[in-house]
Design a protein around this ligand. Structure first.
Ligand code: SAH
Length: 233
């Protein structure tokens, strides 16, 4: 390790921090808290072996899906920041590698709860291993971070209502059950559409009414059935 340092080669976690610094430099990351969390959770723990962890683009993770690009993770964390304060509850639908669920766990802290739901059991198992290798391991151990196998279109009613819900796959329309599982004052971030999708931000107001806006155009894999996904849609 010392030899590498002499040669000026940076360790993985230094390169993760450099990636965060780049995203900050280009104005993608504006939140200090999000920079801190993304700087702490090393993406290298979450991508398959042989996949470049710090390149700002989505990467294949098997099962016809991808880990989202770092700039999308940053954007979603920032859109949800006010709903990821210590002690709050967050649901990550289509948790995939577990990267964002791990970030949620750091944001809400040990008194909060970060719940991932993913419909591919193999991805749930590998995401748990990824988290165990990461800075979020203690949250898994202590029970404030959980990842379940399930159809995320149904949400995860056991831990509802949530302050924050993130959906990492594109829905044809906003699933009613996710709205139901949102707290008044809570926020849902979800890509909606087929090929052309909008990242929608849904706020449940204190009187229960909804305010919906489109943040930007995005391209996510579909939120669908396990069968359709494994057959290639
Ligand atoms: N945000 C994650 C994964 C993004 S890919 C990451 O960055 O690692 C979208 C994920 O949603 C995939 O893992 C896919 O298997 C999952 N998914 C798609 N439809 C689903 C559904 N109905 N229920 C649960 N998970 C679903």
């Amino acid at each position: 390790y010392k030899e590498f340092q002499k040669l000026g080669t940076k360790s993985g976690s230094d390169r993760n921090k450099a990636m965060v610094e780049q995203l900050h430099h280009f104005g993608v990351i504006t939140s200090k808290k999000v920079a801190e969390v993304m700087g702490t959770v090393d993406r290298a723990c979450f991508v398959p072996l042989g996949t470049p962890p710090y390149v700002d683009s989505p990467m294949q993770i098997g099962y016809n899906v991808t880990i989202s690009a770092p700039h999308m993770h940053a954007m979603c964390l920032q859109l949800l920041e006010e709903n990821l304060k210590p002690g709050m509850r967050a649901l990550d639908v289509g948790s995939g590698t577990g990267y964002l669920t791990a970030c949620f766990a750091l944001m809400v802290g040990p008194e909060g709860r970060a719940v991932g739901v993913e419909h591919i059991p193999e991805l749930v198992n590998s995401s748990i291993q990824n988290i165990q290798n990461s800075a979020a391991a203690s949250f898994l151990e202590q029970g404030s971070l959980l990842v379940h196998v399930g159809d995320g279109r149904l949400g995860w009613p056991e831990d509802a209502p949530y302050d924050a819900i993130h959906v990492g796959a594109a829905a044809k329309e906003i699933p009613r059950l996710l709205i139901d599982q949102l707290k008044p004052g809570g926020r849902l971030v979800i890509p909606v559409g087929n090929i052309f999708q909008d990242l929608q931000v849904v706020d449940k107001n204190l009187d229960g009414s909804l305010s919906i806006r489109s943040e930007t155009s995005v391209r996510y894999v579909p939120l669908t059935s396990r069968e359709a996904q494994l057959r290639g849609y």
